[in-house]
Design a protein around this ligand. Structure first.
Ligand code: ADP
Length: 162
């Protein structure tokens, strides 16, 4: 069985992430989307909130499960017995950073963790969680960026009722 992990911050999940999730779930038999608990970032949503949002947004995809992890991806993947990580690539700027991480993960896992990159669908190439948060913090329209229920939760965080 072919299984993969799609790790990320997902703070919050956007249509860009969901596009990658949908496509990866049709390539792999099982996809685990996993929220990284990263202490060096100050997130808008807690890990639990991000997990719940991802669960709701992926509920129509039967081979997708949502989880969270702390620490190194290679250790987490090893515990789960999974050998493929999925990452999305938007632009050349993503590439340099992602290439370094992919090579590090491969090296430090002794070849046990490879990374498969999916390139963004063009309509989501501009989309990032930080852009969505910035627009929402000024009460701007984020309906083209995230599902409606996610938009509602973001506006709530910034004190707007829409
Ligand atoms: P990070 O894991 O770097 O903190 P994110 O949680 O925002 O960042 O993203 C997780 C993964 O999804 C990364 O591989 C990122 O490149 C990818 N990604 C984010 N937004 C998009 C998008 N609009 N299209 C394709 N891939 C994306």
């Amino acid at each position: 069985m072919r299984a993969a992990i799609y790790p990320g911050s997902f703070d919050p999940v956007t249509y860009g992430h969901l596009d990658i999730i949908r496509r990866a779930s049709s390539i792999f038999d099982e996809l685990t989307v996993s929220v990284l608990n990263n202490n060096t970032k100050t997130p808008l949503f807690s890990v639990e909130e991000r997990v719940r949002m991802l669960e709701e947004a992926t509920k129509d995809l039967p081979n997708v499960t949502v989880d969270s992890f702390s620490g190194l991806l290679i250790d987490y993947a090893d515990r789960k017995g999974i050998h493929v990580a999925i990452r999305g690539l938007r632009a050349i700027t993503d590439f340099e950073y992602e290439l370094q991480i992919a090579q590090t993960n491969r090296k430090f896992s002794d070849g046990n963790l490879d990374t498969v990159f999916l390139t963004t669908s063009l309509e989501y190439a501009y989309l990032s969680s930080s852009t969505v948060k910035e627009i929402a913090s000024f009460n701007g329209d984020i309906s083209k960026c995230v599902p409606d229920f996610v938009a509602g939760l973001i506006y709530e965080k910034y004190g707007f009722s829409r």
